[in-house]
Write a protein that binds this ligand. Sequence first.
Ligand code: KG4
Ligand code: ZN
Length: 381
Amino acid sequence: MNNQSEPTILAIETSCDETSAAVVRGTQMLSNVIYSQLDLHAKYGGVVPSIARTAHQEKLPGIVEQAVEQSGIEFDSIDYVAVTQGPGLAIALEVGISHAKELATKLGVPVIGINHMEGHLVSVLNEVDQLQINFPVLGLLISGGHTEFILVKELGSYQKVATTLDDACGEAFDKAAVMLGLGYPGGPAISKAAAVARDRMSIVVEKDQQSTLVRASVENDTERKYELPIPMLNSGDLNMSYSGLKTAVKHLINSLSGNSDLRNIRQTAESGELTQEQVEEISVVFEEAATEQIARKLKSAIKKYPETKEVWMGGGVVANKTLRAKINSIVSDRNLELRLPADNVLAADNAGMIGIAAALKVQRSDWKDGQDMDRKPGLSF
Ligand code: KG4
Ligand code: ZN
């Protein structure tokens, strides 16, 4: 598989709130250094682009040095520089792109622009023998910025077959967590709160006239009952949506807290109007509705593309255990192969996955020096 004759690539990722650099040789990661800006953005309940840019500018040169040092290689053995060119925050991407160009010029090597979503897609291929892959593959990319299904006929041949029409799945977790007073980032906080309450709840998914609902109640307590919709199940296509679920969470919190002022919802849980138990139980119902939408759409996608042999999952929300369990059971019932990132570091934003994407592009001669390096708005598959 990988050996010294494979190209050595320095990769850079600055699309959002992680400043990251990695060194790969072929698809083997020699280092993957990440500086997370979470603490800088936490008090705003989301990423502030100008703060992200400044932090990238301050941290990136040092992170690159660390990545090279930890990889055990010297700067002069780098064959290519790879960098995320989009999609992402324009002013954050620019920091990585200009640093990558500078480095490539200094080292006298080409610079390869990488699509961030292709990075998430191939994040499952760290040290995977390509001969073992069976195409076509359905790639589920589920992050804070995107919720997409990609049909992969072969590496480099991508067709987006489903997308969210509004918020991304991770974004919905983040927004629901703010409403519940659980802080940012919301995904890990909601799954932690939900894990506490899951065992005391009974959950059913039921159809009423217009919609499909998650109904949950606490055993032996008829008062503690919750209901949230799973959007888009009757849309007749594979697309997803999260804004209706978010609004339903708002209404649920309002009705439980007796506070009908939607604008004040951010303070509802923080001001103690919900009990800790209610926060945990709403987390269970939300997590169930958010992940069930993806699971059911995956079932429909496999029906629509019955030639599918493998399912790959990439993006930060892959860390969610409820989602993984649902996808795992769908995939194994159908005798398909499931590939996941080796760990949560490779699932979330990181330069390692950008390096892997670049290595695979070099292998298939699918790149041009500096091509499309200037970010294109909305660049995606
Ligand atoms: O891939 P990623 O690091 O960044 C983007 O490209 O967006 O994904 C970050 C997203 C955040 O919205 C975060 O709340 C979510 O992934 N996330 C989770 C979990 N861990 C991270 N969502 C649900 N459950 C989790 N355990
Ligand atoms: Zn991402």
